[in-house]
Write a protein that binds this ligand. Structure first.
Ligand SMILES: Cc1ncc(COP(=O)(O)O)c(C=O)c1O
Length: 360
């Protein structure tokens, strides 16, 4: 039977991916209010959500701009009526150019580049389709993934974009992914500010060449407050702050864990019990999950369909339920096809997770 609004959580089968909307609302309001106070826009990263219903919910709280890791995520958002989208990555290859151009005709779309050949490919695709794409130069400020070096290389690419029909140079993206989980907040802040100084210098260099820089964007849940309000930054792009997970919660305790996997005890042994959800339902790439509200119960192993929880004593009955807080919310959303949004234990909505399992 399909899940219906108004049903109590206790009536649902397990495993079930559950989102506590009261916690989502508190997380979103907290970050949006702080960003507004610091005069910076928020562009929520959709790779953490993958669910159009949740994106619409965030839009209803005032966050209509989204960041995407993948073209497929941007298509899901456009279909959901969200129309200010930035793909925070390089879109390459002839197969994707048609989709990108088609999307650029439907919504206000931007993408990142770090190579002149990609600029050429994008320009050709947009010209052919009669579309315009906003383009940001991705600058590497220490993550050592994509991006060009700050300074002169970024200026050269900005010039190239400006001279390319079908493209509009919009600014700079600089994401400090290597800093997000640094446990020492003072070290995280200091390293973050070092990167931001490079971004600001690059912005000034590009502007001094007569090229306007409308957008400077970056930051994640771990660094948002250092980036928001820094001179020259126009927007921040965190994603995990919405749902959160137990790994990020250790770094950012001000945001609550809204995402859990509701699971049932399927086996009781003298020193442990076992839940009916494993690594196919709970991502373990950032470590072991925790059992909500029960610090004395420790998850010691995840296999495909089972979570082993050790406790002393094991005070649990067969069929009893537990809420499991994953260590990585983004990867956990990607494992499921639907999620149940609840308030105070009652179902408010059941949403498909349209972009889960999409890597294109
Ligand atoms: C480009 C980019 N921006 C921002 C983020 C921030 O996401 P989160 O808030 O989940 O750390 C990420 C995370 O992977 C990212 O890749």
């Amino acid at each position: 039977m399909p899940i219906q609004p108004g049903q109590p959580l206790d009536a649902l089968d397990t495993p079930q991916l559950v989102i506590d909307l009261d916690v989502v609302d508190a997380n979103v309001r907290r970050l949006f209010a702080a960003a507004k106070q610091r005069g910076v826009a928020v562009r929520t990263h959709f790779k953490s959500l993958k669910c159009a219903g949740l994106a619409r919910h965030i839009a209803s709280l005032g966050g209509e701009n989204f960041l995407c890791a993948k073209l497929s995520e941007a298509e899901v958002l456009a279909d959901a009526g969200l129309s200010d989208l930035l793909i925070a990555n390089q879109v390459v290859g002839p197969q994707k150019m048609g989709r990108l151009a088609e999307l650029a005709r439907r919504v206000r779309l931007r993408a990142c580049v770090d190579h002149p050949e990609n600029v050429e490919q994008l320009s050709r695709a947009m010209r052919t389709a009669g579309a315009t794409l906003g383009v940001l130069v991705e600058v590497d400020i220490g993550m050592a993934r994509c991006g060009v070096e700050p300074g002169e290389p970024a200026l050269q690419l900005a010039r190239r974009i400006q001279d390319s029909p079908g493209l509009r140079f919009d600014g700079i993206q600089a994401y400090d992914g290597h800093l997000q989980m640094l446990p020492d907040a003072a070290e995280r802040r200091e390293k973050c500010l070092q990167g931001l100084r490079q971004v600001l210098a690059t912005r000034k260099l590009i502007e001094s060449a007569g090229i306007p820089v409308a957008v400077v964007t970056g930051a994640g849940t771990g660094t948002w407050e250092f980036v928001a309000g820094f001179e020259g930054v126009t927007e921040i792009q965190p994603g995990s702050f919405v749902l959160m997970d137990c790994a990020y919660h250790a770094v950012r305790p001000e945001f609550g864990c809204a995402l859990s996997i509701l699971a049932s005890v399927c086996s009781v042994r003298p020193r442990w019990y076992v839940l009916d959800a494993g690594s196919k339902a709970i991502s373990k790439d950032f470590g072991m999950p925790v059992i909500k509200g029960r610090p004395e119960e420790k998850v010691t192993r995840l296999s495909e369909e089972h979570t082993k929880v050790e406790a002393e004593p094991v005070a649990v009955r067969l069929g009893e339920r537990r809420e499991v807080l994953p260590a990585h919310c983004c990867a956990t959303m990607n494992l499921h096809r639907q999620c149940v949004a609840v308030r105070r234990g009652v179902v408010e909505a059941c949403w498909p997770i349209e972009a889960s399992g999409r890597y294109d």
